[in-house]
Design a protein around this ligand. Structure first.
Ligand SMILES: *Cc1c(COP(=O)(O)O)cnc(C)c1O
Length: 342
């Protein structure tokens, strides 16, 4: 079988959630973001495991994700929708008891006319200028609203020293000083800032899945890729599209069964390596759609599999090699992997 194996450690996700939960005071609720199919790792599996670990509130990006999640997590938990209440969402919101985070006056009107009995949250813009009501819109409507949560989002929380954090905190505090509803500002980055940022509920995502900025996170994913073929090269022979690598010593090259169509993006070529029992095996030549070529000369034997995500090389290492972020590596992980959960 040439299918690569993606192993997802649900226990590690739950321990990461507990570790993030422990960073805030006991009375602060810790929710979990499972948007984008649980950051690519499977929202149903992640959601069920976290519910069993004690998580009571989940967030998704769009109503359809919430509807898909509901049957797995059951009726005892809350599911918030960051995208709010879009046209056509009323039936999903009502049927699956989703809580839209209303982000504009139009959404408020839509919700009040189309799903007036359904609980909702209010999403405020404290300076990121992405989603949420502006201060004046909120001031004009808040007297008529009874949200179950008032939230905003930090733009620079992964940089603790960034002045934007304090600026957004002050703006958010100004906006919530009249509300009795529970409030929330922190995702993973904000959870790692000081307790001023925690309010009533934190809502980490990436930290659960082992990504930065939660550097104390346990790794969650392992990705092992079968070797399809190996060959011995003489000095001067080249490998792959464009002849970008030339053997400068007699070399053993392994061809493994995954490529950029599986989320192993082509940009990570140059600095990347695969691993076999703690031995680093450099990637050589270009990443192609379904295949990657690897120098296994120093391994001394022909491995059945090589690991690209493992103890020695985590999501953030892969992200750094591709000049991107862990979020993108995780959410790009492909559909061709045999996924197993431990
Ligand atoms: C994605 C998201 C989160 C979670 O962010 P992480 O950085 O993954 O912890 C929290 N709140 C909002 C509004 C988001 O969009």
């Amino acid at each position: 079988m040439a299918q690569a194996h993606l192993t997802i450690d649900l226990g590690a996700i739950c321990r990461n959630w507990q570790a993030l939960d422990a960073l805030s005071a006991p009375e602060v609720e810790t929710a979990a973001c499972v948007k984008a199919n649980g950051y690519g790792l499977g929202a149903a599996k992640v959601g069920t495991a976290l519910r069993d670990a004690g998580c009571k509130t989940f967030f998704v990006a769009v109503a359809e994700e919430g509807a898909a999640l509901r049957p797995y997590v059951g009726d005892s938990v809350r599911i918030g929708v960051f995208g709010g209440h879009m046209e056509g969402d009323a039936a999903l919101i009502t049927a699956h008891r989703l809580i839209p985070m209303l982000n504009a006056p139009e959404q408020v009107v839509r919700h009040m006319t189309q799903a007036p009995d359904a609980p909702y949250g209010a999403q405020l813009d404290s300076g990121m200028n992405r989603l949420g009501m502006e201060a004046d819109q909120w001031a004009a409507s808040q007297a008529d609203l009874n949200p179950v949560l008032v939230m905003s989002h930090l733009a620079c929380a992964d940089e603790p020293e960034h002045p934007m954090n304090a600026q957004q905190l002050a703006a958010f505090k100004d906006m919530i000083n009249q509300t009795n509803a529970p409030v929330s500002l922190a995702a993973t980055g904000g959870t790692l800032l000081d307790p001023d940022y925690h309010f009533d509920l934190t809502r980490p995502g990436i930290g659960l899945y082992g990504g930065a900025p939660f550097s104390a996170a346990e790794p969650v994913v392992r990705l092992s890729i079968p070797v399809i073929q190996t060959r011995d090269l003489q000095v001067g022979e080249t490998v792959g599209y464009g002849n970008t690598w030339t053997a400068d010593r007699p070399s053993k090259i392994a061809t493994i069964s995954a490529g950029y169509a599986d989320g192993l993006i082509r940009a990570m070529g140059r600095d990347m390596a695969l691993w076999s029992d703690g031995v680093r095996c450099p990637l050589v030549g270009r990443v192609s759609m379904d295949l990657i070529t690897v120098d296994v000369t120093d391994l001394g034997h022909t491995p059945a599999m090589l690991d690209i995500l493992c103890r020695e090389q985590g999501v953030e290492d892969l992200a750094a090699a591709a000049d991107t972020i862990g979020y993108e590596i995780l959410t790009s992980l492909g559909n061709r992997y045999a996924r197993s959960y431990v």
